[in-house]
Design a protein around this ligand. Structure first.
Ligand SMILES: Nc1nc2c(ncn2[C@@H]2O[C@H](COP(=O)(O)OP(=O)(O)OP(=O)(O)O)[C@@H](O)[C@H]2O)c(=O)[nH]1
Length: 207
């Protein structure tokens, strides 16, 4: 079993896309496919198994042909809720996995060495990706023994992923901007708004 096989990948896709203003940002069209298709294509080769973490009707995600895991409490508790459901799935179905790598649904240019670098940097604990001095707490790797801390945080309604990663002394792993035909691309450009989608389209097919 390789180190890659020991990592369960989780795409957090159960958000409400409020800033996107209707519809699901993961389904937005970018260069002929959806933003989520791009995320899957770049993330899938980096992990042993891949899950979609959702909070709603699984049929909407059927075309991606990936196992879907619903949040346990359907109470819009945010990404930690998806992470906890994925850890519980791991404990029942993927004992060989020692860590979960998470990405958000909206990062179509995520680095192809993301998981390998987060895993190498984490010193047995949690590692969080950063770019341009910004933390991206939903883009991270979590050892499976983080479950108790995540469950506690949720139970106490401490829902900030960023705060939890800081409390648990996560290592920040920096990723460089990329030069694409003279334009600087943040590898974690995330499609939160229609303007972000327009910015992403300038790189589609080139990054
Ligand atoms: N499983 C799960 N994922 C979530 C939940 N809330 C957010 N996410 C995902 O976590 C990632 C980061 O979420 P945000 O971009 O901050 O939130 P969002 O709800 O998607 O978007 P906004 O409504 O515009 O804030 C995204 O990929 C979301 O799909 C949730 O309650 N459950």
């Amino acid at each position: 079993m390789t180190q890659r096989d020991r990592i369960l990948g989780v795409i957090l896709a159960g958000g409400k896309s409020r800033r996107f203003g209707g519809g699901d940002k993961g389904f937005a069209e970018l260069g002929g496919k959806s933003v989520l298709d791009h995320v899957i294509a770049r993330f899938r080769p980096q992990v042993g198994r891949l899950l979609l973490s959702i909070n709603g009707d699984p049929q909407r995600f059927a075309r991606f042909d990936l196992p879907t895991i619903a949040d346990q409490e359907n109470a819009e508790l945010g990404p930690l809720s998806g992470l906890l459901a994925a850890l519980d799935w791991q404990s029942q179905h993927a004992h060989d996995c020692t860590a979960l790598a998470t990405v958000s649904t909206d990062v179509p240019f995520l680095p192809l060495d993301l998981v390998q670098r987060l895993d190498a940097g984490r010193n047995g604990g949690i590692a969080v990706a950063t770019s341009a001095d910004q933390r991206h707490p939903t883009i991270a790797i979590w050892p499976v023994n983080s479950r108790a801390a995540i469950a506690d945080a949720l139970q106490q309604r401490r829902l900030s992923v960023n705060a939890l990663t800081k409390q648990l002394n996560a290592v920040a792993v920096p990723f460089a901007m990329r030069d694409i035909d003279g334009m600087a691309l943040d590898p974690f450009l995330n499609v939160n708004t229609p303007d972000d989608l327009a910015a992403a389209r300038a790189f589609a097919g080139r990054a």
